[in-house]
Design a protein around this ligand. Structure first.
Ligand SMILES: [Zn+2]
Length: 196
């Protein structure tokens, strides 16, 4: 099927006629959704022998994603690209985003690839957090995720500062050597850094 010859991959044979080979093609096609017309790239394969054109699994997936991204825009929902930007704005992984906003462990992978459209409620929450850093931190607190984001939060004077346990210091001042398991865990996980 895709045998390697001299480091070059051979052309994919046509699954319909078995004689020719197929190449990937892209063509602009007009699509309409709720009265909005747009030209979208349509991916397909074309056989050089029987001239059949068809969409394989990969082409179908691409076409579905492009179409869903367009529909999200018409429906006023954030597109996958916008959700990626929002997640990066706060340095969240997809898994953290799912824990914070809900939707299940693979939700953000699906939203961001435009495989699935997020609900209006999810979209509203994402938009609120996108425009308000305060909302983000309040949500972090609400979901009990403060500990893992402690190093990222801008330092507020009222909050306890990260503690660095240093032997010399501890010897000079025995009171500073009190073991705090919570602080130690955060330190061990790299969430709290020693100050030089
Ligand atoms: Zn063919």
């Amino acid at each position: 099927m895709f045998e390697m010859e001299n480091g070059m991959s051979t052309q994919e044979p046509c699954p319909l006629c078995g004689e020719g080979h197929v190449t990937e093609q892209v063509q602009e096609a007009e699509t309409e959704y709720k009265g909005h017309k747009v030209m979208l790239p349509l991916h397909y394969k074309l056989c050089d022998h029987c001239l059949s054109d068809f969409a394989g699994t990969e082409e179908s997936r691409r076409n579905r994603r492009v179409l869903l991204a367009f529909r999200k825009q018409v429906d006023g929902l954030l597109t996958g690209t916008e959700i990626i930007a929002l997640r990066k704005q706060y340095g969240l992984t997809q898994v953290q985003a799912a824990r914070l906003f809900g939707g299940g462990p693979v939700a953000f992978s699906k939203y961001e690839n435009d495989d699935v459209a997020q609900s209006e409620a999810m979209d509203t929450l994402l938009r609120l957090v996108r425009r308000s850093t305060t909302s983000f931190w309040e949500l972090i607190e609400e979901k009990g995720m403060s500990a893992e984001f402690m190093t990222k939060k801008p330092v507020v004077s009222a909050r306890p500062k990260p503690v660095c346990i240093r032997l010399e210091k501890a010897n000079e001042n025995p009171a500073a050597a009190v073991y705090n398991p919570r602080e130690f865990r955060q330190f061990a996980h790299g969430e709290v850094q020693c100050k030089p």
